[in-house]
Write a protein that binds this ligand. Structure first.
Ligand SMILES: *[C@@H]1O[C@H](CO)[C@@H](O)[C@H](O)[C@H]1NC(C)=O
Length: 312
């Protein structure tokens, strides 16, 4: 990256979430707790799915991959935010800022495609159960994974190519606790109207587009389930409601950030806080606490660990 040559800026200053000491303390306790809990919850899902042969099916592989991405969601901005909470001067280097933007958009792209893959998996399982194993073959899973990572990489790289050489001449203050494109571009000292439009179009189009694909596929699935109402359909509906909750939690704040004309910074910040800290924690909770197979597998793992301790 030769961004430093064209822009003399070497660091940005975050204004952070709030100046109130009490609220900072509260946010510190909450975000540390949720950070640790989501790292543990998602790692536990990955461990359970990879180590239990009962769970070696496309649905659980995709779930484990979603947990892997959620480890990234928790780590891309929360640790820095927690570290900064009580610091008077919250700074981030130019490189650090670009790195955060780069990873935020990779992770966002991967997560969207994974959610679409999970919806497709449920669509096949519920609407074409007899062809499930041939359609959701290992090759199909690999295809979804490659598609997810390529989408994330290309989307993120395209955005960065446009902003990496922007000239900055101060102030270098971001009214936020992490770097992201809308605020970053506003700091540049050129006419950024077209760039802002490009970013809104790019991120906005991807998120609104995936959101509609997901909503439409869930509507198709629900209509199919209603037609063949049977014992299995109740279970299918409960899995679906978990998926739909995750989709709404993930896309709600995103669509707000990238498509709202002039967001109120206060609401914006707290939505971002919610997205960074709470969603990666809620995903494992939503998927496992409603899923009997997952709970049984986790108990099996705990028992194995306990037995192993007794023997050795
Ligand atoms: C992601 O999915 C692939 C293929 O479906 C699987 O082999 C792999 O173990 C999964 N990754 C994680 C971290 O669970």
């Amino acid at each position: 990256m030769d961004g430093e040559n064209s822009s003399v800026v070497s660091e940005f200053v975050f204004l952070g979430l709030t100046n109130s000491w009490e609220i900072q303390l509260l946010l510190f306790v909450l975000s540390s707790m949720f950070y640790v809990a989501s790292m543990m919850g998602n790692s536990l899902i990955i461990l359970t799915v990879t180590s239990d042969p009962h769970l070696h099916s496309p649905m659980y592989f995709l779930l484990a991959n979603l947990s892997f991405i959620d480890l990234g969601v928790s780590s891309v901005s929360s640790p820095k935010m927690i570290y900064d909470l009580f610091r008077k001067r919250k700074v981030i280097s130019f490189r650090g800022c670009i790195t955060q933007i780069f990873f935020i958009h990779i992770i966002g792209g991967v997560e969207m495609v994974l959610l679409i893959a999970m919806a497709f998996d449920r669509y096949v399982a519920i609407c074409k159960p007899l062809h499930y194993l041939t359609i959701m073959s290992p090759r199909m899973c690999i295809f979804f994974l490659v598609a997810a990572w390529m989408t994330g990489l290309i989307h993120s790289t395209v955005q960065l190519v446009f902003v990496i050489n922007l000239p900055f001449c101060g102030p270098y203050v971001l009214d936020s606790f992490y770097c992201d494109l809308p605020r970053f571009i506003k700091l540049a000292c050129t006419d950024t109207y077209q760039l802002e439009f490009m970013v809104t179009a790019n991120s906005g189009f991807i998120s609104v587009g995936s959101f509609f694909i997901l909503i439409i596929s869930y509507i198709i699935i629900i209509l199919t389930v209603q037609k063949h109402s049977s014992a299995g359909s109740f279970k299918a509906l409960s899995t679906l409601s978990a998926h739909i909750t995750v989709v709404l939690l993930f896309f709600g704040p995103l669509i707000f950030f990238y498509t709202w004309p002039s967001p109120s910074t206060y609401l914006d910040k707290f939505l971002a806080f919610f997205d960074a800290v709470l969603t990666p924690f809620l995903n494992p909770l939503i998927y496992t606490f409603r899923n009997q197979e997952m709970k049984v597998a986790m108990r099996r793992i705990f028992r194995q660990i306990v037995n192993y301790r007794k023997i050795s």
